[in-house]
Write a protein that binds this ligand. Structure first.
Ligand SMILES: Nc1ncnc2c1ncn2[C@@H]1O[C@H](COP(=O)(O)OP(=O)(O)O)[C@@H](O)[C@H]1O
Ligand SMILES: [Mg+2]
Length: 242
């Protein structure tokens, strides 16, 4: 993907959350957003995913500007996948039905087509034996992997993941990160917000440091984590790195 963001402004009431944010990624498969809490990462990701419309500015993905009107945004959202921190699975449905529902109701597949679509990914990610369970019967890591699969089986152009492991203990975090790493190897494009710096370093083609509503630094992850000397960036890594 090639992402170009110009003059992006978002406000909630009188608070300016994104302050003329700029970013040009060049051609990358994965963009990882890092930075302090409250810096604007989720706000930015929601705009990129077509869930919110900014007050001002433009977002261009692969030469195509994000629309601002609701019907076009709805169409855009069908072409991307989103995963958030809290697994938003339907609690009353089995994992399998959580996967099948969007394929059938949003993307118009028949039930046999939808079942055929999910079979291989369920196997590949070791979830086939859990497909009959409801969310309450799954571990946090399993729930989040089902949520990622659900975003994936609609074959989106790209995935948006907002701190997908922040509600998980270390072991479950590892299994979800491993899955995201595998997706990258399979060619899936994504924008990821995470605090897992070791993983971010490994998986990011490009890292953008978001703070105070702007991109304060961007570049290869090693350059941002180890060598960026912007004071806000340094003080953040001094706090979060072991
Ligand atoms: N819907 C909203 N209404 C009001 N304020 C919001 C809303 N969403 C985010 N904010 C505020 O915007 C700022 C940036 O939030 P956010 O994008 O969630 O940051 P991050 O994801 O980097 O922690 C915070 O101060 C937050 O309180
Ligand atoms: Mg956030």
């Amino acid at each position: 993907m090639n992402l170009e963001i110009k003059g992006l402004v978002q406000r909630f009431g009188t608070t300016t959350v994104l302050d003329r944010l700029e970013l040009r990624t060049g051609d990358v498969r994965s963009l990882v957003l890092v930075g302090p809490s409250g810096g604007g990462k989720s706000t930015l990701l929601r705009i990129l995913a077509g869930l919110d419309v900014p007050v001002a500015g433009s977002v261009v993905f692969d030469g195509v500007a994000l629309p601002r009107d609701e019907p076009s945004l709805r169409a855009y959202r069908r072409t991307v996948g989103t995963v958030f921190q809290a697994y938003n699975l339907f609690p009353h449905l089995t994992a399998m039905d959580n996967l099948l529902l969007p394929l059938m109701q949003v993307h118009g597949l028949s039930e046999p087509e939808a079942r055929a679509r999910v079979r291989e990914p369920l196997e590949r990610f070791g979830l086939a034996n859990h497909a009959h369970k409801r969310p309450a019967e799954l571990s946090g890591g399993q729930k989040q992997r089902i949520a990622i699969l659900r975003a994936l089986v609609v074959q989106p152009r790209r995935l948006f993941l907002d701190e997908p492991t922040s509600a998980l203990d270390p072991e479950m975090t590892a299994e979800v990160l491993e899955m995201i790493g595998e997706l990258k190897d399979l060619g899936t494009q994504f924008v990821l917000v995470t605090h897992e710096m070791a993983f971010a370093r490994r998986v990011a083609d490009l890292m953008a440091f978001v703070g105070e509503g702007r991109v304060l630094a961007h570049g290869p992850p090693g350059e941002i984590i180890d060598r960026c000397d912007a004071p806000r960036v340094r003080s953040f890594f001094a706090r979060v790195l072991p």
